[in-house]
Design a protein around this ligand. Structure first.
Ligand code: FES
Length: 118
């Protein structure tokens, strides 16, 4: 069974309600973390449209879609996918598991896929 690695990023009280915050959890891995009441979501901070590292500054709607502040593409905090009405757009944000222990927020650190160049 695969063991999941987690990294402690902050305390729950460090996260403002419904506003994003950026964290670096590994080399070249920035995430956007949003707290919505008691639930915490973590997604890649890099918008797949233009590789802009800005999702933490995005606007969050009631359905928990965050809009990239540059051109407005929307992504679900739950799945990383675009809204169903955006047919044909396959861009997604990576999502990360979050756990809370003793008021500390821990986020999954994914193993990087190795790239081979020949
Ligand atoms: S850079 Fe995010 S929508 Fe264009």
């Amino acid at each position: 069974m695969k063991e999941t690695n987690y990294k402690k990023i902050c305390k729950v009280s460090d996260l403002p309600n419904r506003r994003g915050k950026k964290f670096t959890i590994a080399e070249d891995t920035d995430i956007a973390v949003f707290r919505v009441a008691e639930k915490i979501y973590a997604v890649s901070n890099v918008c797949p449209h233009n590789q802009s590292n800005v999702i933490n500054e995005g606007y969050l709607d009631e359905a928990l879609y965050v809009a990239c502040p540059i051109h407005g593409w929307q992504f679900s905090l739950k799945t990383g996918k675009v809204p169903p009405e955006c047919k044909g757009l396959s861009a997604t944000l990576d999502t990360y598991e979050v756990k809370i222990e003793n008021d500390e927020v821990w986020v999954e650190v994914k193993e990087k896929k190795k790239k081979w160049f020949f």
